[in-house]
Design a protein around this ligand. Structure first.
Ligand code: ATP
Ligand code: MG
Length: 309
């Protein structure tokens, strides 16, 4: 019901324009001079809580449009889309992925959650396990955490780097610079191969994280989400913010931009992320494959056969 009303109100072009308005302010194509402190986790682009219903309506529309784009992506079978989600705990990665992708065909979508690497992972180079999980053409791949942990958690905790058994000659003070360059080159390689990379940092404040942790402790149905380790990592907040700043600074590019999305209001995070994905898919000018004259003739023959039955 709500959808058809919303349909009437906004035509497609209008909606695409709005999607750009909701994603552009958070998009970073060039990381030079990037400062996390310039990005307010509580930003809602002047929408307030009373706009929440309209926001929900817009998200419903967005989810529907995403499903249409995904159908085109799948049918055309040329491009792949890789969406990378990074954030501090309780920033809402899981919920955002769940809500934004709720309308898409599960056959066209692959989600990978990257946890601490296994011993097999550690026997390989740092991009190995991600490379094995890339989306096929025509698909949307989602990385819930990613190779970016290699310049985030690994940088914040040097003991993790020590466990990576790199040859000592390769473990120099340039390691982070080298990893940034490797990631930039890798993402350019992906882009050259038709794998479109978009990266999201869900920017939650320390204060809001505290509130969400307390909620997890207060509400029995949320207890399972709480991990004692989350509190330990919270103690490294400033180090993480520095690591994120450096990472975004050195790895934002026009072909693989970061979106630094305000994450203190879940309803807003979802809209901004949906808008960014829509903006990206729209920019690919996706089309259903053209049917050749021969194939069209075959269709006509098939129809004739069926009609004769
Ligand atoms: P949830 O919302 O369920 O808590 P999560 O993504 O936080 O999701 P966890 O199992 O709690 O999942 O945590 C995964 C952990 O794995 C994180 O602490 C992350 O930093 C760590 N991790 C991921 N990739 C790497 C890596 N390459 N090296 C070291 N640690 C990693
Ligand atoms: Mg966790």
């Amino acid at each position: 019901m709500e959808e058809s009303q919303a349909d009437k109100r906004m035509d497609k072009q209008d909606f695409l324009e709005r999607a750009r308005r909701f994603s552009q302010p958070f998009r970073i194509d060039d990381g030079a001079g990037f400062q996390l402190k310039d990005h307010d986790p509580d930003d809602t682009l002047h929408l307030d809580k009373t706009d929440k219903d309209r926001a929900q309506e817009a998200l419903t529309m967005g989810v529907k449009m995403l499903a249409e784009f995904q159908d085109l992506l799948y049918a055309q079978d040329r491009w792949a889309l890789l969406l990378i989600f990074q954030a501090m705990d309780a920033a809402g990665k899981d919920g955002t992925i769940k809500h934004v992708m709720s309308g898409v065909n599960p056959q066209g979508c692959q989600v990978n959650s990257f946890k601490a690497p296994s011993s097999v992972d550690l026997d390989h180079d740092f991009l190995w396990r991600s490379n094995n999980a890339l989306p096929e053409r025509g698909r949307i791949g989602i990385f819930n955490r990613s190779y970016y942990e290699e310049t985030l958690v690994v940088r914040v905790h040097p003991e993790i780097l020590a466990r990576q058994t790199l040859p000592p000659e390769r473990l120099t003070k340039n390691i982070w610079k080298e990893r940034f360059r490797d990631i930039r080159n890798y993402e350019e390689y992906l882009s050259n191969n038709g794998i479109v990379v978009r990266k999201f940092f869900l920017n939650v404040s320390k204060k809001e994280q505290r509130k969400r942790f307390l909620e997890r402790l207060d509400r029995p149905e949320k207890n399972w989400k709480f991990s004692a380790n989350d509190i330990k990592e919270r103690a490294f907040w400033e180090d993480y913010m520095e690591a994120y700043t450096e990472t975004i600074r050195h790895t934002a590019s026009p072909h693989a931009p970061w979106y630094v999305v305000p994450a203190d209001n879940k309803w807003f995070t979802r809209i901004a992320v949906a808008a960014a994905i829509i903006e990206t898919l729209d920019s690919l000018h996706l089309q259903y494959p053209e049917v050749s004259p021969e194939a069209r003739a075959q269709l006509a023959t098939a129809r004739a056969l069926l009609e004769k039955e």
